[in-house]
Ligand binder design. Structure first.
Ligand SMILES: Nc1ncnc2c1ncn2[C@@H]1O[C@H](COP(=O)(O)OP(=O)(O)OP(=O)(O)O)[C@@H](O)[C@H]1O
Ligand SMILES: [Mg+2]
Length: 370
């Protein structure tokens, strides 16, 4: 039987993206629709790389067409993805779709570890990813990416010298650690640190990116304000550990982004060091710092819970050795529980970014009047 484009579009109007809660046609996700006799071809363009719902959405499309039109049709669906963005175009970083700040209230809870592993996990999913080490006084990204002794290049673009980020494990990187020793940066005053961050954002050749992750220093500092005033931040990820003290500080960190004059959405909470798993007893989970605190905080503050990362020796070792745990497979090439934990959080983060962008509110640079 012959079928028309309109019939296919009508059928696909009944298929919803489960996250964005709208149909695929209204979301403009159906591309390159071709109809010839009983042969139908189209592409579904999802909004997150390696969307875990890919198969489910493909099956829902097939079912809608079979059910609404006919099972006799030959339907060929190509699934692809295009990360979305929702911001007011600014002259700084016009080709970067999403800027994600990784923050915490308390120090040492694993922001840099989470930022580094999320960056490589997103890159592994096929996204274009950059990572800025904004911890000017205590940079850790060079060690975590095993490029402590490397230096980014400089190139001249339209008469201006710009920094060329290093690329390691598929992620573009910039850190103050590439430009000077930690001892030299420590004596800087706040305004110099802010200036350095502005240069990392505005005077670097980032090119087109789906996600630019910013690893922030602990607490709430001038650097946080510089960030939100320099570029439109899509949202913040808050890292916490399960202890009461860490959760209380996480709440303060979260509140800072929510202040009316800043108003950066919280994309979610990650609970790091959620439980301890000894290498020789991989099935065991010991909740040594308490259980469920991160999830509870997420519920109370009405923000998404992105997931939990175990406390395991290999995560610490990977950080020290410069090869992120999210990339490290088991002895026989199998994925490890810590790798899967980072992947789950990365998927969930990409999903929350897509949901945030679909809401239609534009991300803006923050203007703070003093
Ligand atoms: N899930 C984990 N399992 C084991 N070790 C971890 C885990 N997360 C972080 N660590 C280790 O804890 C230490 C602190 O982590 P990290 O530097 O990422 O914290 P941070 O929040 O960025 O610290 P700072 O506030 O100083 O920037 C590091 O040695 C890191 O390897
Ligand atoms: Mg850090």
């Amino acid at each position: 039987m012959a079928v028309t484009r309109e019939q296919i579009i009508e059928a696909l109007r009944t298929v919803e993206d489960p996250d964005l809660k709208q149909d695929l046609v209204s979301l403009n996700m159906i591309k390159d629709l071709q109809v010839e006799g009983h042969q139908v071809r189209f592409t579904v363009e999802l909004t997150t790389p390696a969307c875990p719902l890919k198969e489910m959405i493909r099956n829902a499309c097939l079912e809608a067409i079979y059910h609404k039109i006919s099972r006799e049709l030959r339907v060929d669906i190509h699934m692809t993805s295009q990360v979305t963005s929702a911001w007011k175009k600014t002259p700084v970083l016009p080709e970067v779709k999403n800027i994600i700040a990784v923050a915490s209230g308390k120090g040492g809870v694993g922001k840099s570890t989470v930022a580094a592993n999320l960056a490589v996990s997103l890159a592994k999913m096929g996204a274009q990813v950059g990572l800025v080490d904004a911890d000017i006084f205590g940079p850790s990204i060079p060690t975590m990416f095993n490029c402590e002794h490397e230096q980014p290049g400089v190139k001249n673009v339209n008469g201006k010298n710009v920094i060329v980020p290093l690329v390691q494990y598929g992620v573009k990187l910039i850190s103050i650690g590439f430009l000077m020793s930690a001892e030299d940066a420590v004596v800087w005053r706040g305004p110099m640190a802010s200036k350095a961050l502005q240069q990392f954002l505005g005077d670097a050749d980032w090119g087109a990116l789906d996600y630019l992750i910013i690893d922030l220093p602990p607490g709430t500092s001038d650097i946080h304000l510089t960030l939100v005033q320099s570029v439109p931040v899509t949202g913040a990820v808050i890292v916490t550990t399960p202890q009461k003290v860490a959760l209380a500080d996480a709440k303060k960190g979260l509140a800072m982004f929510r202040q009316p004059q800043i108003n950066v959405p919280i994309l979610g909470i990650v609970e790091n060091m959620a439980y301890f798993t000894p290498a020789e007893l991989p099935e065991h989970k010991y909740y040594i710092f308490g259980q469920g605190g991160g999830k509870e905080l997420a519920t109370k503050t009405q923000v998404p819970y992105l997931g939990e990362i175990p406390l395991v020796q290999s995560i610490r070792e990977s950080g020290d050795n410069g090869y992120p745990a999210a990339l490290k497979t088991g002895e026989h090439g199998e994925s490890t529980p810590e790798q899967e934990a980072f992947e789950t959080v990365a998927h969930e983060l990409a999903r929350q970014v897509a949901i945030r962008n679909a809401r239609g509110t534009k991300t803006k640079t923050v203007e703070i009047k003093t």
